[in-house]
Design a protein around this ligand. Structure first.
Ligand SMILES: *[C@@H]1O[C@H](CO)[C@@H](O)[C@H](O)[C@H]1NC(C)=O
Ligand SMILES: *[C@@H]1O[C@H](CO)[C@@H](O)[C@H](O)[C@H]1NC(C)=O
Ligand SMILES: *[C@@H]1O[C@H](CO)[C@@H](O)[C@H](O)[C@H]1NC(C)=O
Ligand SMILES: *[C@@H]1O[C@H](CO)[C@@H](O)[C@H](O)[C@H]1NC(C)=O
Ligand SMILES: *[C@@H]1O[C@H](CO)[C@@H](O)[C@H](O)[C@H]1NC(C)=O
Ligand SMILES: *[C@@H]1O[C@H](CO)[C@@H](O)[C@H](O)[C@H]1NC(C)=O
Length: 840
């Protein structure tokens, strides 16, 4: 009896202290705004203030407050907030004074209603902070449902400036905004990388977007019931096989311990429910309970697991495994051990996961441990949070960084920046500035219907590519120490050549814009790449391309013939490649099949082009988007590498050019990127290894229609290569013609290219030599192999000669080939000897 009442007392104390803890965190910064509203609104016991207040400021050219009397949102949570909105016709910024630096929620509410003839569903805009892009070219996807977005950003300055900028001629709007402090302890710097295992430092400075927050085995938890006004949704809809999972609910209190998770980490209601294996009481079963969460695979995700052992009767009974995207993130996890031998005490694990398996999903599994004899056959999970992490462009919504969103078109940037600095005085300046910009744009529009942002060639190359060009004549100009040859085409010439950008002449579409086939007056075929006025990346890419391509001349690189920057156009003119992409000759078309020898020659050509990029200039150039669609074939099937818009000089040679934005194509991307956040020449080697497999197997690098283990070509092929059975998966149309030795060497070369670590991969020069060798192994029987040692010695000067040839070429300014480039001369003669030597 005595113990009973003592226990009761303890429980009561515990519950009361929890009650206090729950109210313990009061956010130093707590802005809740019902935008466009003239009255205060209370939602979930939280007071959203009427628009306009003295505690924060808004710089916007016009006050447009919109409201709707429609009750179409009444069935949605927070419907009261969606009845009004603030509308922005040009870039506008809120400035929130930050009392306490650190991580803050930024929560945005959007519902696109119609207001006085303006349909907000058409609104398209970006939302940025000083450092991060939260939304870009964003349009509410479903006009009949509201959209709620939650971000968390570590704010270290004394103000948060939240800018809403319409895309192009569109408008922007928002229904409600929250900016609220988060306790410092909620997200700290202890995250681990799931694969490859290791610490993942730096999370505290990153921006996050909440993509999923799930209460396993429990009900919806609304902001009203959460300690930090979060929403936790039930897990059923994410379960892969519902019949394998069972919900558990515990009414006993949860013990939050010092140094461990607090009620702010997640409330009782999250830890008090869990999902366990449906066979919890059965021993010797072994399966996983799996949840799948569709995500954008081009980002990394911060995944927080919430555990609390509410199922065990005794300590040391429950051991289980936890997986994220097939990687074990915890083996034989024993909750009692990590919670100081207290049951029903919360425990969290933070992991960062990259989606490299082609699934486009974060897949979380739990399963019983099989290593601990006598343990319960069970596994649990109580809660899960999945947050998108900003990419290297500082964005949660694409490759455009804040400076790119805000700078092109001063119309966008001037409002916020000046406004914040000069306050009311600036309003006048802004108005004038906007007026001037509008005027200019109107005038420009009169001249030419396609008006692009105010772009002039004022990158690092304006001095060399200035206005001294005559009317479409070949001009030789000097850029640094390089002699370059380029045409500057008048716009009318380009219009003529492309039949005024005839849509039926389009031969390709890329991130930069459309590619047209064109024909110049002298019947030369050209490929005309016209920058898309909406592509934010365009300006940078345009500069990069002209700058790079003008310097680079090589037999295996697609040459730039000229460009056009008249009337703010961004047009590049390239040599036309009659036979299109390598990809189109491998699969998905009715082109005649390429023989193994042809394929090898193409690979060797492309390898030469890449080798030249890596070594031909004082600074290595990383292509960054090596793929079969970027290897083009001329009328003789000579391979040329295309698309340097994504190129950057190598990181170790030029620290200012460390890869700032991951570009590249899915399925080809170097997995090491996820570890080091940097692309190197070895990333190109990896991608090239994938191309080699594509050439061998004639299938897409990612094919979601295939069974799971076959989806990713690199993974699938390496499985067979390691078994020594690569021949099982090669293009059946040519399988019989490939000599086993040639295939073996090819497989080894691919395997080296695809090594996990860049340092273990060969250089492009080594790859080139290996491919020459592969070709030789294929050709051996057809050749005269009767070489003697005299011949072999005679081969050595051949190499020297190649080098000096290319030097001469460079001097003549015809082909600026590298000293290290193994030029266009085939090395097969050298190899025929090596093969023979090996045979001895
Ligand atoms: C809204 O609430 C604030 C503070 O809570 C108060 O100062 C203000 O007068 C209220 N506004 C209206 C329109 O009720
Ligand atoms: C849009 O939202 C409504 C209301 O929730 C829903 O019924 C409808 O299915 C949604 N449409 C799409 C295309 O998601
Ligand atoms: C915010 O970032 C700063 C570094 O810029 C760091 O020192 C601080 O710990 C971070 N705060 C949180 C709560 O992560
Ligand atoms: C949420 O809070 C309300 C009111 O305080 C309460 O009635 C309800 O049971 C709570 N729900 C959960 C899941 O805790
Ligand atoms: C559970 O999932 C992991 C990761 O996908 C897998 O390696 C393991 O074999 C699975 N266990 C069972 C019993 O299916
Ligand atoms: C996200 O932003 C932070 C701070 O700007 C930066 O340090 C980090 O590298 C970015 N994340 C990635 C994956 O690049």
């Amino acid at each position: 009896m005595g113990t009973m009442s003592l226990r009761l007392l303890l429980w009561i104390t515990l519950i009361t202290s929890l009650g206090c803890a729950r109210g313990a965190f009061s956010p130093p910064d707590n802005y809740l705004i019902d935008c466009g509203s003239s009255s205060n609104v209370t939602v979930d016991s939280r007071a959203f203030a009427a628009d306009r207040s003295s505690s924060w400021s808004l710089t916007t050219p016009q006050d447009i407050l919109a409201s709707t009397s429609s009750n179409s949102v009444s069935s949605f949570p927070n419907s009261a907030l969606y009845q009004t909105a603030r509308v922005f016709t040009s870039a506008s910024s809120y400035s929130f004074p930050i009392r306490s630096p650190g991580r803050h929620w930024i929560r945005l509410y959007f519902f696109p209603f119609s207001y006085q003839g303006t349909d907000l569903t058409t609104a398209k805009f970006s939302v940025t902070t000083q450092n991060f892009v939260l939304l870009d070219n964003f349009q509410v996807p479903n006009s009949s449902a509201p959209m709620f977005k939650e971000y968390s950003v570590n704010i270290t300055s004394s103000n948060l400036i939240l800018t809403f900028a319409p895309s192009g001629d569109s408008i922007a709007f928002v229904n409600a905004i929250e900016v609220v402090s988060i306790p410092d302890a909620l997200i700290t710097d202890g995250a681990q990388m799931a694969n490859p295992a290791g610490a993942f430092p730096g999370v505290p400075t990153m921006a996050m977007e909440t993509v999923y927050r799930v209460n396993m085995g429990g009900p919806l938890i609304t902001p009203l019931n959460d300690t930090l006004s979060r929403r936790w949704v039930p897990d059923q809809s994410f379960l892969l096989e519902r019949n394998l999972a069972k919900s558990v609910v515990s009414s006993a209190p949860i013990t939050y311990q010092d140094g461990g998770p607090t009620p702010e980490t997640a409330p009782q209601s999250v830890y008090g429910t869990a999902v366990e294996m449906s066979t919890a009481s059965v021993s010797n079963v072994n399966f996983n309970v799996t949840w799948e969460f569709p995500v954008d695979a081009s980002y990394m995700y911060f995944v927080r697991f919430h555990f609390c052992d509410i199922v065990s009767k005794n300590l040391n009974q429950l051991y289980f495994n936890v997986y994220a995207n097939s990687w074990a993130v915890a083996r034989d996890l024993e909750l009692a051990k990590v919670t100081a031998q207290v049951l029903a005490s919360p425990y969290i694990m933070d992991f960062v996961v990259g989606i490299t398996d082609g699934s486009g999903k974060v897949r979380i599994s739990i399963g019983p441990s099989t290593d601990v004899p006598g343990a319960d056959t069970n596994a649990i999970l109580n809660g899960l949070e999945i947050m998108k992490l900003n990419n290297s462009a500082g964005s949660l919504a694409g490759q455009t960084s804040v400076s790119d969103v805000v700078s092109p078109g001063s119309k966008k940037s001037m409002g916020p920046i000046l406004g914040a600095v000069f306050g009311a005085l600036a309003a006048v300046i802004v108005a004038v500035a906007i007026f001037v910009v509008f005027r200019r744009q109107k005038l420009a529009k009169k001249h030419h219907s396609k008006t692009w942002g105010p772009f002039s060639m004022n990158g690092g190359i304006s001095h060399s590519l200035g206005s001294k060009f005559s009317n479409g004549t070949l001009t030789t100009i000097t850029s640094g120490q390089h002699t370059i040859l380029s045409f500057r085409f008048p716009f009318v010439v380009i219009q003529d050549a492309t039949n005024n950008f005839d849509e039926s002449w389009v031969i390709g579409v890329g991130g930069f814009g459309k590619v047209y086939k064109g024909m110049l007056k002298d019947d030369t075929n050209v490929a005309v790449k016209r920058g898309n006025p909406r592509s934010q990346q365009g300006l940078n890419e345009f500069r990069t391309e002209i700058e790079l391509l003008s310097r680079l001349r090589h037999r295996h690189l697609v040459s730039l013939i000229g460009y056009c920057d008249e009337q703010n156009e961004m047009i590049l003119v390239y040599e036309y490649m009659e036979n299109g992409t390598l990809k189109s000759h491998l699969y998905g078309s009715d082109h005649p099949i390429l023989s193994w020898k042809q394929r090898l020659e193409i690979c060797i050509g492309a390898a030469r082009g890449l080798h030249y990029l890596h070594t031909g200039q004082t600074k290595a150039i990383i292509h960054r988007d090596v793929k079969s669609a970027n290897i083009l074939l001329d009328e003789n099937f000579l391979a040329k590498v295309a698309d340097f818009g994504l190129s950057k000089t190598g990181p170790e040679l030029d620290q200012t050019h460390v890869s700032t934005a991951v570009k590249g194509s899915f399925g080809y991307l170097d997995p090491e990127y996820f570890r080091r956040q940097q692309l190197t020449e070895k990333s190109d080697v990896y991608s090239f290894g994938v191309v080699l497999l594509e050439v061998l197997c004639a299938r897409p690098v990612i094919d979601p229609t295939l069974p799971r283990e076959m989806v990713n070509l690199a993974e699938w092929a390496m499985k067979w290569q390691r078994k020594g059975q690569l021949e099982q998966i090669i293009d059946s149309r040519i399988a019989a013609t490939i000599r086993p030795d040639s295939l073996r060497k090819f497989g080894e070369t691919v395997e080296k290219c695809l090594a996990d670590y860049g340092v273990d991969r060969p250089s492009m020069g080594d790859v080139l030599w290996n491919l020459e060798y592969v070709l030789q192994l294929q050709e051996v029987p057809a050749r005269d192999t009767d070489l003697d040692s005299v011949n072999r010695i005679a081969e050595i000067p051949l190499r020297v000669q190649i080098v000096s040839n290319s030097e001469n070429a460079a001097e003549e300014g015809v082909e600026n080939a590298s000293r290290n480039d193994l030029s266009g001369v085939s090395m097969s003669r050298v190899f025929s000897q090596l093969v023979k030597a090996e045979g001895r």
